[in-house]
Design a protein. Structure first.
Length: 156
């Protein structure tokens, strides 16, 4: 039996096309990206998420010389939100990065571990988490559910 899988996403030319709430979230992600600790990869990542209460949580990647002991920005933000605000729904997660690890023209996409944690967060709250990706060339990609990044995630 052949089956197909489809999802849709929106693209924008820059963050200036985002609405005010999303633009503030993007600015938070950019601000925290610049504070990332990435002395080994030189690839800084920032994540900012907006809770249903309006609270914005920031996270950035934290590398460690004893690789892979570091943690990605997305997981830093998601785990902090889960620890400090358990049961509070996450509405939107914005991710931004800069560095030579990924070419500027390529889509910035979360790693597999982050995709699984995003999916778990979404499943736990029983509502989708909207994801905004800001590529290094300034273009924006918006997905309405973290599940779209990992349709066959572990535990589904």
């Amino acid at each position: 039996m052949k089956k197909e899988l489809h999802f849709s996403y929106e693209t924008l030319k820059s963050i200036s096309e985002l609405n005010e709430v999303d633009r503030i979230l993007a600015e938070n992600a950019i601000e925290t990206m610049d504070k990332a600790y990435a002395p080994y990869s030189k690839f800084k990542v920032g994540a900012a998420l907006k809770l249903k209460t309006g609270e914005i949580i920031q996270g950035n990647n934290q590398e460690n010389i004893a690789f892979p002991s570091g943690l990605c920005a997305e997981r830093v933000a998601l785990f902090y939100a889960g620890a400090k605000y358990p049961g509070v729904e996450i509405e939107t997660l914005c991710i931004v990065a800069k560095g030579d690890l990924v070419p500027k023209s390529h889509i910035l996409s979360p790693c597999g571990s982050c995709r699984q944690v995003m999916l778990e967060s979404e499943n736990r709250q029983k509502n989708p988490i909207r994801v905004i990706l800001i590529n290094q060339d300034g273009t924006v990609l918006i997905v309405n559910s973290a599940k779209d990044f990992l349709p066959f995630g572990f535990g589904l």
